[in-house]
Design a protein around this ligand. Structure first.
Ligand code: SF4
Length: 354
């Protein structure tokens, strides 16, 4: 038998061994997982564990590792970008985001869920790569584990905002979250885990029915369907009107506002009509708006200047009674900001329509 430890919770490891006729206690499974997520290695000895049993477990354990191909650290804000290779030649990136505020500084890790992406959002470098493959659970888990081992401060949270659409790989993403939140392992609070989607109905349904208290964010960028289609082709397949009832269900279940992300593109989605159209959504659903300046490596799209951005915020306040915040997206100098992850390549996509 072969059991891939980084693919399983401690309880799943116990069950797998049991299915193959080797009984191990839940406590031992948790101790091994605890050791792995502290040391990123398999224990060669454990107190109170017979060496023969540990050696039998070890013989049946598979312990793959991501290969770190490069790491770059921003000179302006200390964001760090890691380029990894997993079980085949495809590569993917993760970003370590410093959280310097408060009594307990640490890091948030932005992870990838796919190598490449099939959805082709016009403002995103990953979208230009096309879809390569879904990442396996262990490849998602190991991004955080490798970065944790490289870090001087604890990991405080995880955001699925790296390469790929997480809800098109929803089963592996939810399995990875099970592992991240295990108290015996990395022990990351489910409240500190955020999944960002462009709007995949089946995945949102699974996410709603998932038992943990993680947060979902929908990338909207325009509430005008024809406009959204130009930059987010997913609108042609799953229009926002199809997604809204699901978001309402999610929002009711959690008793909180749904966060909608809005990538600000100068001259494209910052006008009064853009705010006015958002009003329809805000009346159907309790929302808050997260504004992110576009980061386009190829300079086809530009972010608004302060005046344009402030004017758009005024329009929102005039037409929609909703909270608005700005998300800082750092690491620009190392192409680690939202929309810039290109798997170590340079984004030289075609001219988008506006
Ligand atoms: S923004 Fe997200 S969903 Fe859109 S192409 Fe990029 S990775 Fe894919």
């Amino acid at each position: 038998m072969n059991i891939l430890f980084k693919n399983c919770t401690a309880e799943e490891i116990k069950e797998k061994f049991s299915a193959f006729g080797t009984e191990i206690s839940s406590r031992l499974a948790m101790r091994i997982q605890g050791y792995i997520f502290k040391n990123d290695s398999f224990p060669s000895n454990l107190t109170e564990t017979a060496p023969s049993l540990l050696s039998k477990i070890n013989e049946n354990a598979i312990y793959p590792n991501l290969t770190l191909l490069s790491k770059e650290t921003s000179q302006t804000d200390m964001f760090a970008k890691y380029l990894f290779r997993g079980s085949d030649p495809e590569v993917f990136e993760s970003v370590r985001i410093p959280v310097p505020t408060g009594k307990y500084p640490g890091y948030i890790i932005c992870v990838s869920s796919q190598a490449g992406c099939s959805l082709g959002c016009a403002f995103c470098a990953t979208g230009k790569l096309g879809f390569k493959r879904n990442l396996e659970t262990w490849e998602i888990v190991d991004q955080v584990l490798k970065i944790k081992m490289d870090s001087d401060k604890p990991i405080k949270g995880i955001v699925f905002m790296g390469m790929g659409e997480p809800l098109l790989n929803v089963d592996n993403v939810l399995k990875a979250i099970n592992i991240f939140t295990e108290p015996c392992g990395m022990a990351i609070s489910s409240k500190a885990i955020t999944v960002s989607t462009s709007g995949i109905p089946d995945g949102i349904r699974k996410f709603i029915n998932y038992g943990k208290n993680c947060r979902l964010i929908l990338s909207l960028t325009s509430a005008i369907p024809e406009k959204r289609k130009l930059v987010m082709p997913i609108e042609k397949i799953h229009p926002i009107q199809e997604i809204l009832p699901l978001l309402k269900e999610y929002s009711l279940k959690r008793n909180e506002r749904m966060t909608l992300a809005w990538t600000l593109i100068s001259g494209f989605n910052t006008g009064e009509n853009d705010a006015l159209t958002l009003k329809n959504i805000s009346e159907a659903l309790p929302i808050k708006l997260d504004l992110i300046d576009v980061n386009d490596s190829s300079s086809r799209f530009s972010p608004p200047d302060d005046d344009e951005r402030n004017q758009f915020i005024d329009y929102i306040r005039k037409h929609c009674d909703i909270p608005v915040s700005r998300r800082y997206s750092g690491g620009k100098d190392i192409s680690a900001s939202c929309g810039m992850l290109a798997g170590g390549t340079t984004d030289k996509g075609s001219e988008p329509k506006k």
